[in-house]
Design a protein around this ligand. Structure first.
Ligand code: 13P
Ligand code: SF4
Length: 301
């Protein structure tokens, strides 16, 4: 039996479902029941019938699934797969900001620990951040942890006062403007599609800035036939599968999230077999963090 067959069999036996982010390796995306960006996956996780969720992604994703499904078993194929940005804010700064601004809303990018979500008013993902910040009654917004997504939101919602926090995604932050310009010189007809976790200069020269699913949808509706994609290279699999007639280029140094790439078929099989790497979130943290996640799901409806 192949590893894939074994996974399929165990999934049935254990009443399990597999969720995967677009950034995990293609062979893992292939066996997933749900593949998507962070927003799609959090919505999916909120309404699953199965008893066990195998989350092919990084720890904040598994934590969010557990917070929304406390009675279910959430397993991470690699327990060490983490998002560096998820830790780049702190409760003490949030407390100080709340003291300083009476009407403050703490808006927490879902790429954050459960502990940070717990101190926040609402979660957002890159797919819904602009709409949710717009919909909030508060004028003062402390946006954690990502300064790049915060800047993108502030530009789209000028009526709000957005206070930045100095977090960033090391993968998107390090994308080189020169390499994108080189790619553009090599493919002058290509449109540049960029994730809002990228630095300002890169967003400014882009034809489209949006979440992973936004990029995928834009590539479908655009009349262009070539694209330079400025986000993690795992998204290539879905782009090429959906639009085989179009061409997708990345920068010479391809953006790779090492943590997302630690997820393998063998590790998926292992956790299905053993039940290891179960996500746990304390009751106190879960109850408080759940409010911010549920508010996102409500406001994004
Ligand atoms: P989205 O899934 O919201 O596009 O975010 C990308 C990301 O960095 C996930 O970790
Ligand atoms: Fe975190 Fe960046 Fe990896 Fe996404 S790509 S999981 S934001 S480190």
């Amino acid at each position: 039996m192949t590893v894939r067959d074994e996974i399929e069999q165990l999934k049935q036996e254990k009443n399990a479902v597999i969720l995967a982010h677009y950034y995990v390796p293609p062979e893992v995306q292939e066996i997933a029941d749900y593949i998507g960006d962070s927003f799609y996956l959090s919505k999916a996780a909120a309404g699953l019938g199965q008893q066990t969720i195998v989350f092919c992604g990084v720890s904040f994703m598994g934590e969010s699934a557990k917070i929304l499904n406390p009675e279910k078993k959430v397993l991470m194929p690699d327990a060490r797969a983490d998002c560096a940005m998820a830790h780049m804010a702190d409760a003490e700064t949030i407390r100080r900001m709340r003291e300083e601004y009476e009407d403050l809303a703490v808006v927490c990018y879902i790429n954050s620990t459960a502990e940070l979500k717990r101190h926040s008013d609402v979660c957002v993902t890159s797919a819904n951040a602009v709409g949710i910040v717009k919909a909030l009654p508060n004028r003062n917004i402390f946006f954690i942890p990502d300064r790049n997504l915060a800047r993108f939101v502030a530009e789209q919602v000028p009526e709000k006062h957005v206070i930045f926090n100095e977090g960033f995604c090391p993968v998107h932050e390090q994308m080189s403007l020169v390499e994108v310009e080189n790619a553009k010189a090599a493919h002058p007809d290509a449109e540049v599609l960029t994730h809002p976790e990228c630095p300002e200069k890169l967003c400014r020269m882009s034809d489209y800035v949006g979440s992973t699913s936004g990029i995928i949808q834009y590539a479908g509706r655009s009349s262009a036939r070539e694209f330079i994609v400025c986000t993690e290279n795992g998204v290539r699999y879905e782009l090429e599968k959906r639009y085989p007639e179009k061409r997708f280029y990345f920068t010479d140094t391809e953006p790779v999230c090492r943590d997302m790439k630690t997820v393998t078929l063998e590790k998926v099989l292992h956790v299905l077999k053993t039940g290891e790497n179960e996500v746990t979130v304390s009751d106190l943290v879960r109850k408080e963090a759940k409010k911010a996640l549920e508010r996102m799901l409500e406001l994004a409806r």
